[in-house]
Each structure stands twice: as C-alpha cells, then as structure tokens.
Design a protein around this ligand. Structure first.
Ligand SMILES: Nc1ncnc2c1ncn2[C@@H]1O[C@H](COP(=O)(O)OP(=O)(O)OP(=O)(O)O)[C@@H](O)[C@H]1O
Ligand SMILES: [Mg+2]
Length: 244
C-alpha cells in the first residue's frame, strides 16, 4: 500500500495513463454544498483525485468528513455542486439522467452503508432481481445468483428473507448483489462493518480477487485494518478536503 503520489492529484480530460496505469475514476475540482433551510454546509471542497484501474483504493477519514458524499458522487447517485467526475473515460457529470442510469447499470456495483435489500424478497431473489435489471434472466440468472451467494458464504441461506438474516448476512447479500454482471467499478461504503472476522475476510478476498483477476477497480470507504492490508492506495478526507 502506498500513500497518494503527486500524480494522483493531476486532473485528466479523458481516460489517460499516469505512471503507465489507466485512470478509472477521476474527480476534477469536485465540490458539494448541502443546504438545509438557511444553513449552508461545504461537505466537499475542491477534490482532485485519480484512481487507477485494477486498484483497491481506500478512502478513509473521520465521521462527517465527507466519505459517503464523495462515494455517492463517484457512483452518480449524488450530483456535485461543482466540478467534474470522469469514470472509465466518460464524463458522468455531463450525462443526462437516462444516460447516467444506463452507465451505472452497466459499469457500477455499489454496496451501501445500509444494505438496501428488498424486504419481501429472499436472498436469492434479491440477487436475481439485480441480474434481471441487467438483462440476465431464467436459469442462468439463478445459477449466477447462487454462485455469488456461495462465494460470500451464504449457500445455505439463499431462501431466507432479509428479516431472518443477521446484519452480517444481509451485508453479504448486498455484496453479492453489487457484484452481479461483473461491474468494472465497485464502490463500497464500509462493506465489512457488520461482518464477523471470518465473513469479513471472505468478503475482502472476493473484492481482492475481482480487482486482481478481473481488473475491476474497487473503491472502499473503510476503517477496517484488514482491508488496509490488501489495499494498493489510501487517501484521507478531513473536513471535506483530501489530506496526504
Ligand atoms: N443531505 C444532507 N444534508 C445536509 N448535510 C448533509 C447531508 N448529507 C450529509 N451531510 C453532511 O455532510 C457531512 C459529510 O457527510 P458524509 O455522510 O459524507 O460523512 P462520512 O464521512 O460518510 O461520515 P460517516 O463516517 O459517519 O459515515 C456531514 O457533516 C453531514 O452532516
Ligand atoms: Mg458515511
């Protein structure tokens, strides 16, 4: 693991190589201002960051420093108040809502801090639904869903509803769901926070394998020292700014 080098902060226009590595995720002067009534809060102030393809990149920082906000902007879930975001060579901050939804569906797997599972669907159905949205149906979808659930150690829980799963098991269903369709970009907000040490290790190994064998770019918000061990790079946010 290395801390950010100067090259990481150079803005880019298109998918370009820095140090011979392609840039998968780039933030160029990203700002986020939240307004609640008359209160204005600058949650992100001029963020410039390049993340390399195939890297496991960690985003760390104290509570309230802006980690979830930045991750949500990278995933196209939140629109920044200023600046640009470039994913896989495409400027998502210029896309229409429709273009952005399609881009997200095809390229991004997002693991939320809260799991966001459908309560009326079983673990298997939650993963199958994600596949269906991506155009994969029937027997193939069922096989892929079962395979993903077994990779996160839930082979014996596929027919349970979320309310009958523990927090860590729900988190693992959410991880399996995010990995449907083998997205090139995986973004995870505290993916191991609810996991015991064995399932945490399994989830980390899965994310590591996706980055190193499939070339996925994995951006993780975490405080987990075990993830630090497998990370390629780490950046720190403090009061909405990147610090070295
Ligand atoms: N919708 C919102 N409206 C107003 N302020 C917000 C909103 N969302 C986040 N904030 C504020 O922006 C700051 C950054 O929030 P964010 O959720 O990005 O922090 P975080 O680093 O993910 O924290 P944690 O580690 O606790 O999850 C916080 O001070 C928060 O109160
Ligand atoms: Mg957060």
């Amino acid at each position: 693991m290395t801390n950010c080098q100067v090259a990481d902060f150079y803005p880019i226009q298109k998918l370009v190589a820095v140090n011979n590595k392609q840039i998968a995720i780039a933030a160029i002067g990203v700002k986020m201002v939240y307004q609640t009534g008359r209160e204005i809060f600058h949650a992100l102030k001029d963020i410039n960051l390049n993340i390399h393809r195939g890297d496991i990149q960690l985003l760390m920082g104290p509570s309230g420093s802006g980690k979830t906000t930045l991750l949500s902007i990278f995933a196209g879930i939140l629109t920044p108040s200023g600046g640009r975001v470039n994913l896989l060579g495409e400027e998502i901050t210029k896309m229409s809502d429709k273009q952005l939804s399609r881009f997200r569906l095809e390229n991004i797997g997002f693991i939320f801090q809260s799991f966001n599972l459908f309560p009326a669907l079983t673990a298997l159905e939650n993963v199958q639904l994600a596949l269906k949205i991506k155009g994969i149906r029937g027997k193939i979808a069922k096989e892929q869903a079962l395979s993903l659930l077994s990779q996160v150690g839930l082979a014996d829980k596929t027919n349970l509803l979320p309310r009958n799963l523990s927090g860590g098991q729900k988190q693992r269903v959410a991880i399996a769901r995010a990995l449907t369709g083998s997205p090139q970009l995986i973004m995870a907000d505290e993916p191991t926070a609810a996991l015991d040490s064995r399932s945490g290790q399994k989830a980390i190994e899965l994310l590591r394998r996706l980055a190193k064998e499939e070339g996925s770019t994995v951006l993780i918000v975490t405080h987990d020292p075990r993830i630090m061990d497998v990370a390629d790079r780490v950046v720190h946010l403090e009061d909405g700014m990147l610090v070295k």
